[in-house]
Write a protein that binds this ligand. Structure first.
Ligand SMILES: C[S@@+](CC[C@H](N)C(=O)[O-])C[C@H]1O[C@@H](n2cnc3c(N)ncnc32)[C@H](O)[C@@H]1O
Length: 345
């Protein structure tokens, strides 16, 4: 009989039990325990139960889960946040807190269809778990406005994380008019317009998103230079009159064939010398990581579209060349986001 090595069993435990870890984390967050202990460190189980409304034994079970996984620390009878959970006690619309409601309501059940999505080669998770009829996440979000809000809160916080880097490293001084395809909740558009006073930005997105982007832009006072248009990037030609095109967290959603077609569309819309900027999660050219590329690739295939993944910079640069764009640079934004830059020949 083969003897199972205890160390191997323990080493695999974080994978085997990952779903419990997420439940301790997201339930603790949803019940406001990390925010509560941020304000009032050292509360007892009984005091925590009074705030959450849970009965005594459910409270013990949740606190045991959180302390055993290192999310909370117990000192005497009192509970405290740890460096892991402390960042979750702050603003709910900022990362990492902003990730949790979306992961719980948008992803958690749907990603359980990962294997089936690979076998059927389509986004089974979305089709099984999110109400509605649209074939992609973005269409289905328009059918579920509460989820659409959660998604854009999460996405805005992701773009905010790299906002400092993008405004410092991406030199747009040569351009006057940027088309931001799939521009979402206007974070990149308003940051870039704020950084480059001679630049106008047009956000092109699906109708419900373009409408909320318009409201967000109005709150920033940049509406004379940041415009929004309804655009279906697949059905419509790109509006003329821009000398640069930004695809931020957009191309990786789609299949290689559709990425090529979108890049060709950008090239057609641009004058000679025009710029193309692809902001995307980074996958190294050896195709071994980093982890974020692996998570997001599974998410695009299982949920978002059933056809995309995080591509390498080399792949983008090859597609640039195929459609008449010259690759000019790769700019890292933080540890795992990159801008692949090109110019129309
Ligand atoms: C992952 S979000 C990225 C948002 C924004 N660019 C950012 O970086 O924060 C993808 C965006 O693409 C938009 N989108 C999806 N399908 C689209 C289409 N066919 N045409 C235009 N925009 C689309 C979605 O509505 C969403 O705002």
């Amino acid at each position: 009989m083969t003897h199972v090595d205890d160390n191997a069993h323990l080493a695999l435990r974080p994978f085997i039990k990952a779903h419990y870890h997420f439940q301790f984390l997201s339930t603790g967050f949803e019940l406001g325990i990390f925010a509560l202990l941020g304000r009032s460190p050292g509360l007892t189980a009984q005091e925590i139960a009074q705030h959450t409304g849970l009965n005594h034994q459910p409270t013990r079970i949740l606190l045991l889960g959180c302390t055993a996984t290192g999310l909370l620390r117990k000192e005497g009878d009192g509970y405290h946040n740890t460096p892991l959970s402390e960042p979750l006690s702050g603003a709910p619309d900022q990362a990492p807190a902003s990730y949790l409601p979306w992961e719980r309501q948008g992803i958690y059940r749907a990603i359980g269809w990962f294997g089936e999505a690979l076998k059927q080669d389509t986004n089974v998770g979305l089709l099984r778990e999110m109400p509605g009829t649209a074939p992609t996440l973005y269409g289905r979000l328009a059918e579920n406005p509460d989820l659409e809000d959660l998604f854009h809160t999460m996405m805005s916080s992701v773009s905010t994380l790299v906002a400092g880097d993008i405004t410092q490293k991406l030199d747009l001084s040569a351009y006057r008019s940027l088309l931001d395809v799939g521009g979402g909740a206007a974070i990149n558009a308003t940051n870039l317009a704020g950084r480059w006073p001679d630049l106008s930005v047009t956000i092109g997105d699906l109708p419900s998103v373009a409408e909320s982007a318009r409201k967000k832009v109005a709150e920033t006072g940049l509406e004379s230079r940041v415009h929004t248009v309804e655009l279906d990037a697949f059905q419509d030609e790109f509006p003329a009159g821009h000398d640069a095109v930004l695809f931020a967290h957009f191309l990786e959603i789609w299949s290689a064939d559709r990425v090529r077609a979108l890049l060709a569309k950008a090239a057609r819309a641009l004058p000679t010398g025009g710029g193309v900027f692809v902001v995307t999660p980074f996958q190294n050219d050896e195709e071994t990581g980093p982890l974020r590329a692996a998570y997001l690739s599974a998410y695009f295939h299982t949920i978002a579209s059933g056809e995309g993944m995080v591509y390498t910079c080399s792949e983008y640069e090859g597609w640039f060349r195929e459609v008449g764009l010259e690759p000019t640079d790769r700019l890292m934004l933080g540890p795992d986001t990159v801008v692949v830059c090109g110019r129309k020949l």
